[in-house]
Design a protein around this ligand. Sequence first.
Ligand code: DGJ
Length: 756
Amino acid sequence: MSHGLLASRSALPRKVLAGVVLTVGIFVPAWAGAAGAASPAPVRYLPHLKVWILDTERTSYVLGLNERNELQSLYWGEKLASERDLFAAHSRPGIASFDSSETVTNNEYPGWGGRYYNEPALKVTLADGVRDLVLKYVSQEIRGDTLVIRLKDIQYDLFVNLTYTVFPREDIIRKQAEIQNHTSQALNVESAQSGVWYMPVGEGYRLTYLTGRWAGETQLTREPINPGKVVLESRRGNTSHQLNPWFAIDVGGAADEEHGRVWFGALGWSGNWKLVVEDTPAAHQVRVTGGYNDFDFSWPLKPGENLSTPPYYGGFSSQGFGEASRLLHRFERDEVLPDRAHPHVRPVLYNSWEATEFDVNEPSQKSLAEKAAKLGVELFVMDDGWFGQRNNDRAGLGDWTVNRQKFPNGLGPLISYVNGLGMDFGLWFEPEMVNPDSDLYRQHPDWAMNFPGRPRSEARNQLVLNMARDDVKEYVFHALDQVLSENNIEYIKWDMNRHFSEPGWPEVPVPEQKGIWVKYVRNVYEIIDRLRAKHPNLEIESCSGGGGRVDLGILERVNEVWTSDNTEAFDRLRIQEGFSFAYAPKIMSAWVTDVPNMNGRSTPLKFRFLVAMQGALGIGANLNKWSPEDFALATQMVSTYKSIRETVQQGDLYRLFSPREGNLTANEYVSADGKQAVLFGFLHSQQFLWPAPMIYLRGLEENALYRIKTIDNKLIVAPGIYAAEGVSGAYLMHHGLRLDLRGDYDSSLVILERTK
Ligand code: DGJ
């Protein structure tokens, strides 16, 4: 395989080419780190080469200025051992008159202008009608683990600040761009991308991504990358169930769970986003551009105004998809989630939705709460139906006042009761929505997104509030703040049960109206941020009819996400597997619900528990229908979960057997301190008396001893394996374990405690 940086090595002089003129001198602070220092800083500039190197613990990302003073991507992959291996950037020669040098060179942040034909990072129309943008380097600044590179158009005072932040432990780099209008007139931004990630020049790459639908989210999908473009995007206003802003790329399927080079990336944006995976036909540049979706996008920038793009993360693993996921999980836990500074485990929750739907009232919720408390539940969440005239999905959204027929004395008595049972209380909201049959809509029909005089398409009998409007934002903030201020509510489930339609914003001048897509999301973020600031103990679950709003933008603000409305345990194995490629088990809310469930399928309660115990465990069943045996099993499972949840939520996940590939699903979690490992095994459907295959554990210490505990008698063991001193990590990883799983939907859990 040809390699971007090294391929250019022989052809290029080692010294910077003469004649390169920098428009502004390079400022390198003393603390930027020097070549050869004992512990080099994560971001270094090598002035003699005009090259920047961004190092994580195991990877390097290299940028340089070429002879045209363009910022050029040079390398992304395994850590480079020595700065002696670095060379100055040089453009690649064009191909005939059709593929310019500018096009075939890996421009780090290409404007659409000159002879540039690949997906651009930035496209603008200037006040005088000029639509040509050629960005060149101006200056740089290094601040610890952050690099800011400033670009400018060759003529106009249009600047772009590119900010790179290095996360060494997780091998992840964040890119973000800020477009600044320092001209004296307004200009219009037509495409604003956060950046481009380049793979080494090559062929035969494979794309892995997540697709889906309502009740079928995060389906792992794979296809070869061929010349042309694959566009992954949302045009629906939120992140979407259909596609998720995450990708991974390996070479021709050379990588598996444990081996091979995998490049991956994700956008932190909960609105219209776009990832363009491109293999350029002329030069086989494999590049992934990501940022705001430019479909129906337009953002006027007045003089002095800026537009910043969403964070765009990239990472690299030389140990396959398993390690790529573990890096992302660690990154989310340590750098993204609201509790990143002081991580704490997710509580076991009960949610009333599938038991009662809209039929909530004080006595029935109290009765469910009593039963939930006995199971060991720690957080009781009342779902939809508690407010306004919300007796079904045709009315009430927007009216966030307690329904006094259902709760004559407000929520206070129920919450006190729940608290008295030793549980926190959580409440459901759908803040961005309004039913036409609501007081809010009758008072403010103009607050719903609309194009004047045009139909307003309803979905689930509701319209989308135009959250881009600041008056709507203030209403929603104060409505939620009031409920939270008057009640002891520790948790809200923030739902969104439809996508945008007719996204009009008639109150602002026409050139600003397309800004609705971005302003809406920014205002949603702002409301959440303000609520959290005012109610510091508040935790939030992001839900959009299941997993429609899961991305690294919302995850800065919420503690967990609702993975899918599909709680059928066998389907869940695949949804959860796909989810785990991009997102940490800790944030994956997973409930045990009743059977028969989706697909008309019934699985045993134990199977349902073990599936849900692989994330943040919840119970969503109708406890009024459970038998004493169900309660006994559930109580035991909740207690077992509490003994392993730190490992599941904060540990490392090893996907051992995929539900996509065979008849067995097996996942192992190893605690951060290595003292505990847990193995979940699920047999889908046994045929011909075939035994379940041997399971080889991962991530253990070869010479350490592990004591084995099971919740059943399903471990097929060698005599003496339960010996007090335990079994070696080597045995568990090389010899392996086998579970005696039989019939349909059998399952087991094995817990390993390191003894020494
Ligand atoms: C959709 C969510 O995904 C469900 O869990 C539930 O909260 C309903 N909305 C309530 O309307």
